[in-house]
Design a protein around this ligand. Structure first.
Ligand code: B3K
Ligand code: ZN
Length: 851
């Protein structure tokens, strides 16, 4: 398949200022009539009009009302046009019910809905399907009234009515020019939660969240989050909503989290529906975060969009940063930052260190769907955050204002964004641009030499080669740094922001009253790996006294990581961790959410990232030994917490959420300790729960145990929630994440369960995605875990290539494992690659993983 390159960008030859679409909707066969007014662009002299297609049948084509001829070029059609402005009319037939890829117009649980980003619109009608073509859309839909009583599209409903034969129609108009990837329509039998928002300038906006009738009681949290997001973007970024309608529709079958279509967001139902009985606290946070994210796209993505797909991080990195800021403002900023960094380290660092590494602004792709990655999204957000850190909020905000003002209504590049921040914020970001072009996670070494009342901090940076990028240059790395007194734990002087510009630097400190302990990359000010040797006593001191909560967390994480790594080399000493943990537990009453984060040991995957060659069984065993030691030494504390944190009536406050989280962690430490009462406590928590957080927490603890209560709890959970897809997903994923040695066998059996289906991406992620993230089970030494996931990829590829391709990256880490596992992993990659007719999606991920 061809490689698309950023350097090959050419501006469009034709513009399409107006589009009129007319849909005769039907699940089996939908007719699409499109009228495009096309205008030759400056660069279009002598060029044909090229319209992308996606395998649909073209029934007729007219130019200025007259039947016309065309040429084909793969899936595209080319039309030679004599003049500079023409009217193109096409008529196509598509088949939503058999659209299992879930791109374009497809059926989901009796609804018809669309997903166009990145290149789905071409599967609906022939169109120059690229984000730098901005058009005004008018959409007419006609359908059977009983099956599809609700007809929605972008913008405002301007007309509609009944038709003979039980049919009806509606017409919508979106006044804002938009790229085709933001087009949306929905038809179906939906109920609506309506509300209203008054913007800062006094305009009323009608809000609607559309779901299946029975789901209406679960839409309140999403609606509250939507209104909070609208107010937040006005207050923090000065951005107001611009249409008089904002609709959200929840659908059960969706490849991704949600989609920011102009005025008509379409969501995976798992990011809309929440009530205490079926959604965990984490689900509640995810709903609010994704609702905010899609809403914020209205400015960062829709009003200002991407010139081409290489610029994806322009909208995604910025919008993730904005949703992170929003969530931080809604609850504990410290805990939110810890969660963001945990995700970055779990998903992005491994990507940056493996064969699929790519810059935040990629240089080439085969299938753009493969580039909706943690690098583009989450590292992209870190780049924005670094700019905000270096400029300070006020200057950064002035840069954002200039960006939005200057580029409103345009399709632009990451370079345009950086230039606006530079000019509006009065900064020089010339070397900072390297962060967009260089892949890989920088390593910073830090040593602090102390002499008398002075000290010298020596820093170096390096960046390893990544595919296609053998040699790298130093980048500006903003590091928030403070020193603490080794005796008193007091901070010595102010925190400093040090921007490491070159390969190495020496920073002097003076006037130090006692030996200093280094606190560096506070708040995780840069997405780098810091290598610095601090003895256990210093880490314990920081974990007790650092006044940056992220740095406190980080110190205890480092101490636990060092302890596990030492164990793997035969040196077992759990005492410093236990002492530090006892200290941290002193804060459990004051800040349970923070303590819950702090006491969790680093994941097996994160530990593996620090080893030259990973033996997953050994990592699992060492980490379990640490958990057992922490559990056992502090068992009375855990028992006490488990008793004390038993909540009264359910509340969704930050304190109540933190309490629930810490309570279940206490329970799991009791299991780790082998406490005789752990299983009975888990069962009691499971049975008495008045919310999903407590119930699933207890279930997860039992699922990894040998307790007699385990099968009982799994069966009771299934019976209680049978038919509730989002909860049954949890039932699948909880079992797939079990640390028991027989997990693979259980997962193979679950893949044959009547409720398992490859047709629903949530279900696939719940079972197969969760299993592939289970380090011990996926990497089972006999290779059967690899074989199972590879079989699933091959089975899914013909149905849904996007979702199939997302399961390939765990195989790409083969170089990090022992030779036997590496051989087994590459054998599966080769087995996949040998299958004829692979999708572009899977082909790209597998072939790159082998390279
Ligand atoms: N922009 C969409 C992503 C759609 C991905 C399709 N492959 C969701 C989001 O980031 O908001
Ligand atoms: Zn997004």
């Amino acid at each position: 398949p061809p490689i698309i390159r950023r350097a090959d960008y050419v501006p469009p030859a034709w513009r399409v200022p107006e589009v009129a679409l007319d849909f005769m909707l039907d699940a089996d066969e939908t007719w699409v009539r499109a009228t495009l007014s096309v205008v030759r662009a400056d660069s279009g002299a002598g060029m044909p009009l090229a319209l992308d297609g996606g395998g649909q049948k073209l029934v007729s084509l007219r130019v200025d009302g007259v039947p016309a001829t065309w040429r084909t070029d793969g899936d595209r059609i080319l039309i030679d046009l004599p003049g500079n402005a023409h009217r193109i009319e096409t008529e196509c037939v598509i088949h939503p019910a058999t659209n299992t890829q879930l791109m374009g117009l497809y059926a989901s649980g009796g609804l018809l809905c669309t997903q166009c980003e990145a290149e789905g619109f071409r599967r609906i009608t022939f169109f120059p399907d690229r984000p730098d073509i901005l058009s005004r859309y008018t959409v007419r839909m006609e359908a059977d009234r009983a099956t599809y009583p609700v007809l929605l599209a972008n913008g405002d409903r301007i007309n509609g009515g009944d038709l003979p034969g039980g049919r009806h129609w509606a017409q919508w108009r979106d006044p804002f020019p938009k790229p085709s990837y933001l087009f949306a329509l929905v038809a179906g039998d939906l109920a609506v939660n309506r509300d209203r928002f008054i913007t800062r300038s006094g305009r009323g906006v009608d809000l609607g969240i559309w779901v299946r009738e029975g789901d209406l009681p679960r839409t309140g949290h999403a609606m509250a989050a939507l209104k909070a997001s609208m107010a937040w973007d006005e207050r923090v970024y000065g951005r107001e909503y611009d249409l008089s309608v904002f609709n959200i529709v929840a659908v059960a079958d969706f490849n991704f989290g949600a989609m920011e279509n102009k005025g008509l967001n379409i969501f995976n139902s798992r990011y809309i529906l929440a009530d205490p009985e079926t959604a965990t606290d984490a689900d509640y946070d995810a709903v609010a975060g994704v609702v905010a994210h899609e809403y914020f796209h209205n400015w960062s993505g829709n009003r200002v969009t991407c010139r081409d797909w290489f610029q994806l991080s322009l909208k995604e990195g910025f919008t993730v940063f904005r949703d992170q800021q929003f969530s931080a403002d809604q609850g504990s900023a410290a805990v939110k930052r810890i969660e963001d960094v945990r995700l970055l380290r779990a998903a992005q660092f491994p990507e940056d260190g493996g064969p699929l590494a790519h810059p935040v602004r990629p240089d080439s792709y085969i299938e753009i769907s493969n580039f909706y990655t943690a690098t583009v999204y989450n590292k992209g957000a870190e780049l924005i955050r670094m700019m905000a850190t270096m400029l300070g909020w006020d200057r950064f905000r002035r840069g954002c204002d200039l960006y939005f003002d200057r580029h409103d209504g345009q399709a632009v590049t990451c370079e345009d964004f950086v230039r606006a921040i530079e000019e509006g914020g009065e900064a020089d970001l010339s070397r900072f641009r390297l962060w967009y072009s260089q892949a890989g996670t920088p390593r910073v070494t830090a040593t602090l030499d102390h002499h008398g009342t002075a000290a010298t901090l020596r820093l170096t940076q390096s960046l390893a080669a990544t595919p296609g990028q053998p040699v790298k240059q130093p980048m500006p790395i903003p590091l928030r740094v403070a020193l603490f007194g080794a005796e008193t734990g007091r901070r010595l002087g102010e925190e400093r922001l040090i921007v490491l510009e070159d390969a190495a630097a020496e920073i002097p400190f003076e006037g130090l009253a006692e030996r200093p302990v280094l606190s560096i990359n506070r708040g995780f000010s840069a997405p780098v790996i810091v290598e610095t040797t601090r003895p256990a006593a210093d880490l314990a001191l920081l974990s007790a006294h650092d006044d940056d909560p992220f740095a406190r967390y980080e110190a205890l994480q480092q101490l636990m990581l060092d302890t596990i790594l030492a164990d793997l080399q035969g040196r077992i000493d759990h005492a410093p961790v236990i002492a530090a943990m006892r200290d941290v537990l002193g804060d459990a009453a004051r800040d349970p959410a923070f303590v819950a984060e702090a006491v969790l040991p680093p994941s097996e995957a994160f530990v593996g990232d620090h080893l030259p060659a990973i033996d997953p069984e050994a990592v699992h065993a060492a980490r379990e030994r640490l958990r057992a030691a922490i559990g056992g030494a502090l068992v009375d504390d855990w028992r006490g917490l488990h008793d004390r944190l038993k909540a009264g009536a359910y509340e969704l406050t930050p304190a109540a959420k933190g309490g629930r989280r810490l309570r279940t962690i206490a329970l799991s430490y009791m299991f780790a300790a082998g406490a005789a009462d752990a299983a009975a406590r888990a069962w009691a928590q499971f049975e008495a729960a008045d919310n999903m957080t407590d119930r699933q927490g207890a279930l997860a603890a039992l699922a990894s145990s040998d307790a007699a209560e385990r099968p009982r709890a799994l069966a009771a959970f299934y019976d209680r929630y049978r038919g509730d897809a989002l909860v049954i997903d949890k039932w699948f994923s909880t079992q797939a994440l079990s640390t028991r040695p027989d997990t693979l066998r259980a997962v193979i059996a679950l893949a044959a369960h009547p409720d398992f289906t490859l047709a629903n991406p949530n279900r696939v992620r719940a079972l197969i995605g969760a299993f592939a993230a289970n380090q011990r089970a996926f990497h089972q030494a006999d290779g059967q875990g690899y074989r199972f996931v590879a079989d699933m990829i091959l089975a899914l590829d013909p149905i849904n290539p996007q979702t199939a391709a997302r399961m390939v990256p765990p195989f790409g880490r083969w170089r990090r494992f022992d030779p036997d596992r590496a051989t087994l992993m590459t054998a599966e990659l080769n087995r996949i690659l040998a299958v004829p007719g692979l999708s572009r999606d899977v082909f790209e991920q597998v072939s790159k993983s082998l390279a």
